[in-house]
Design a protein. Structure first.
Length: 464
């Protein structure tokens, strides 16, 4: 869901510009005729063309990754072959091995081919920067781990060269920049989604019975990745070139919302708090303000995960977060004859989704002692939507009907579900999802209900 949120800063350029220190205009380039001395042997001529520059390797890598894993299934094996040709097998292995040994050939800020390399060009940190990006896009966990390893070693080498005062490293101090960090977080999100799809498939194959060992290992892996991503955020804040963006914080929230961790809500609040601090001291506030409400929704989604994991008070914390957002950010309204008619501008959708996210958090509360409170908070949230002129949707009513199952008595459940369904009919929001929830909490009303066209008037696709 973050594809539409990506800004230019997070896109990987498919072109390489000239180095900044090469201040030569295109118009001033003079092509001189070169006289080839007859004394130059053919072997000397072959040596001139036998060592392509690192720029050439970067172009080839970009071409391979532009084709993509879907169209070229063995693209990452080709990347391995290309890097082995450039660095030699020994040099490449030292780069991707998961250990704390720093590649000595990079401690001077560059690399010249070692034993087994067919190339004597210099491997710069731009190439390693790109390599982390490419490996982060892989569907194979092996390459995702390689991306983590290379990024870690780039950070360690940078620390080493700074401590040694190495002048050769000066031009490389801006690497790794923000791109490999952001790409790695996206890779972790994609890996989490992949694990969830595998878990859903196993659940279907076993007729709704989870394989406990598989679920635990997947849950632990995603939670471990989410915690690791917080360390990435710490590293990004160390220098301007790798500074986190608003999109970075949203992706971190997304990763924790997939973790199924009981502490996901707390982590979501921490991420949102760090984003607010960053926004307060940033000279460019527009991107943060643009994504602020959506980021708050991401934090509420994290509390939803905690509610499902039986975290005490999760629904209450989500509601408190909503109240803070409305209090500090405000809801713009149009008043006609002292009646609230609607909300101005595009913020209406963001506020609607935020309130619906809180309703979802209440509806999935799993802790028995919290269910009565969740029911009350859900109806309080709905009433606030009405007071602020936020028009409910079918999703709003389906979540409210879910909460009706938390009623202390059967009579209360029937009474509340009847009120909710009447409101859904008046709002024209009755669809198959609302009817499905109604069937669960008030079967008699579901059986006696007669569909009328006006009950679905607010829906783009009428109910069948």
């Amino acid at each position: 869901d973050d594809d539409d949120d990506d800004d230019d800063d997070d896109s990987i350029s498919t072109s390489i510009s000239r180095d900044d220190d090469n201040n030569v205009d295109d118009d001033s380039v003079v092509v001189k005729e070169i006289d080839v001395d007859e004394s130059i042997s053919s072997s000397d001529v072959n040596n001139i063309y036998s060592s392509p520059s690192v720029l050439s390797y970067r172009f080839v890598l970009q071409t391979i990754m532009h084709i993509g894993e879907r169209n070229l299934p063995d693209c990452y094996e080709k990347v391995d072959d290309l890097m082995t040709r450039l660095m030699g097998k020994e040099g490449y292995n030292r780069l991707i091995e998961d250990n704390e040994l720093l590649p000595t050939y990079l401690l001077n800020g560059n690399f010249t081919g070692t034993t087994g390399s067919t190339n004597q060009s210099t491997v710069d940190y731009k190439l390693l920067n790109d390599l982390v990006n490419y490996f982060s896009w892989s569907n194979d966990r092996l390459y995702l781990e390689r991306a983590k390893t290379i990024l870690h070693k780039m950070e360690k080498i940078r620390e080493h060269c700074l401590a040694q005062g190495n002048d050769n490293m000066i031009w490389n101090l801006s690497y790794p920049d923000h791109r490999p960090y952001n790409s790695l977080i996206v890779g972790l999100i994609n890996n989490a989604l992949k694990l969830q799809r595998l878990n859903t498939k196993k659940k279907t194959e076993n007729r709704g019975i989870y394989i406990v060992d598989g679920v635990n290992s997947q849950k632990d892996q995603i939670e471990e990745d989410a915690i690791y991503s917080m360390g990435l955020l710490d590293s990004m804040m160390n220098r301007d070139s790798s500074m986190a963006s608003a999109v970075t914080y949203r992706r971190l929230l997304r990763l924790f919302s997939l973790s199924k961790s009981k502490d996901a809500g707390e982590k979501g609040e921490e991420i949102l708090s760090r984003m607010n601090t960053h926004m307060a001291f940033s000279s460019i506030k527009e991107p943060f303000e643009e994504f602020y409400l959506r980021s708050c929704q991401g934090a509420v989604d994290c509390w939803t995960v905690s509610a499902m994991a039986k975290r005490q008070g999760a629904a209450k914390r989500a509601t408190q977060l909503l109240d803070r957002v409305v209090c500090h950010h405000g809801i713009k309204q149009i008043h006609v004859d002292d009646d609230v008619e609607t909300i101005e501008n595009s913020e209406v959708d963001d506020y609607l989704y935020l309130h619906n996210a809180v309703l979802r958090c209440c509806a999935v509360t799993a802790l028995e002692t919290d269910k009565a409170d969740a029911l009350r908070l859900a109806f309080d949230t709905y009433n606030k939507m009405q007071d602020n002129g936020i028009l409910p949707t079918s999703y709003t009513f389906s979540q409210l009907l879910n909460c009706c199952s938390f009623a202390s008595t059967q009579d209360q459940q029937l009474h509340l579900s009847n009120l909710v369904f009447e409101a859904a009919c008046e709002a024209g929001c009755v669809n198959k999802h609302v009817l499905f929830r109604l069937k669960q909490v008030n079967y008699h009303l579901f059986q006696t209900y007669e569909q009328l066209p006006g009950h679905s008037i607010a829906l783009k696709i009428p109910i069948k």
